[in-house]
Design a protein around this ligand. Structure first.
Ligand code: ATP
Ligand code: MG
Length: 272
């Protein structure tokens, strides 16, 4: 009996499946070389996710760990500026070799903009493709920590990251304001719906202006560890370096948070 020939549509579907399978395998191979994969997240914009991701990455690198940061904010990539990286990643043999600054390897869509103010107008599937291509092509080599800076919201980029990287967990950034708490809760609900883990909550912008305590209350409400507070400070106005390299007070805050994140990762490993 002869097998009927495949239609062009069937062949195209089969090729797409093969490509997707190969892409997933390549991503899995890269991720196997990364010990801990942690995303920094909140449903709300402007709460300090990028600031936390960058300063936490630099703090971990200063402690002697091998660290990378992936900017998963495809349309408004800010990690390049926050890290003050000037060199683009090298492209070699269909691989990106991430740029390195302050001991941290960096990959971001920001490297591929003609100019920083260029609008990147992508629909959801394009965002998904950009992230999966980054993950497929980036050779991080051996890392202790890969931090993923997520954009706000609970759709395209966070969903792709959650479905594509075997994440150890999420650091949630909350602020003392009520609305930010609701959005942080939305992101926590998404994480849990996807059967992933919240490593803990960081409270940013703490002080006289916005108050304090909402981060810890949120952590209790959602039964997750409270990782620490970050005060609202003028030190962040100096953008010449990540603030942990400029301010001993900020460094102290991040050292505490880094220890708590490491502890949460150890607890996760112990409970696995
Ligand atoms: N503790 C702080 N004190 C003072 N300024 C801060 C603090 N944390 C962050 N900022 C500043 O607030 C601004 C917004 O921070 P950031 O870009 O990290 O937020 P984000 O959550 O990543 O925003 P987006 O949702 O747009 O990605 C930045 O200019 C940053 O320097
Ligand atoms: Mg950001």
């Amino acid at each position: 009996m002869t097998t009927p020939a495949m239609s062009p549509q069937q062949k195209a579907r089969l090729d797409a499946m093969k490509h997707q399978f190969q892409q997933r395998r390549r991503i899995a191979d890269h991720m196997k070389r990364v010990k801990h994969k942690v995303a920094v997240y909140s449903g709300k914009g402007g709460v300090g996710k990028t600031t936390v991701a960058v300063n936490l990455a630099v703090t971990l690198a200063q402690k002697g760990h091998r660290v990378g940061i992936l900017d998963a904010d495809i349309d408004c990539p800010n990690v390049v500026r926050a890290m003050k990286v000037d060199r683009r990643p090298e492209y070699d043999n269909e691989r990106f070799i991430p740029s390195e600054k302050w001991g941290v390897k960096v990959l971001s869509m920001g490297f591929f903009q003609e100019n920083e103010e260029e609008a990147i107008i992508f629909r959801g599937p394009m965002i998904h493709n950009a992230i999966t291509q980054f993950l497929e092509m980036t050779d991080w080599e051996d890392l202790d920590y890969l931090l993923v800076d997520l954009p706000p919201g609970t759709s395209d980029a966070p969903l792709t990251i959650m479905q594509t990287i075997p994440l150890d967990g999420f650091v949630i950034v909350a602020t003392p304001q009520e609305l930010a708490k609701i959005d942080a809760k939305r992101s926590i609900n998404m994480i849990r719906k996807m059967n992933l883990r919240v490593l803990g909550v960081v409270e940013n912008y703490v002080g006289e202006v916005f108050g304090s305590g909402a981060g810890e209350a949120l952590a209790q409400e959602v039964n997750a560890p409270f990782l620490g507070q970050l005060r609202l400070r003028s030190d962040y106005l100096d953008t010449s370096k990540p603030t942990v390299l400029l301010s001993p007070q900020v460094r102290e805050e991040y050292e505490h948070i880094a220890e708590q994140v490491i502890r949460a990762l150890e607890e996760k490993a112990a409970s696995a």
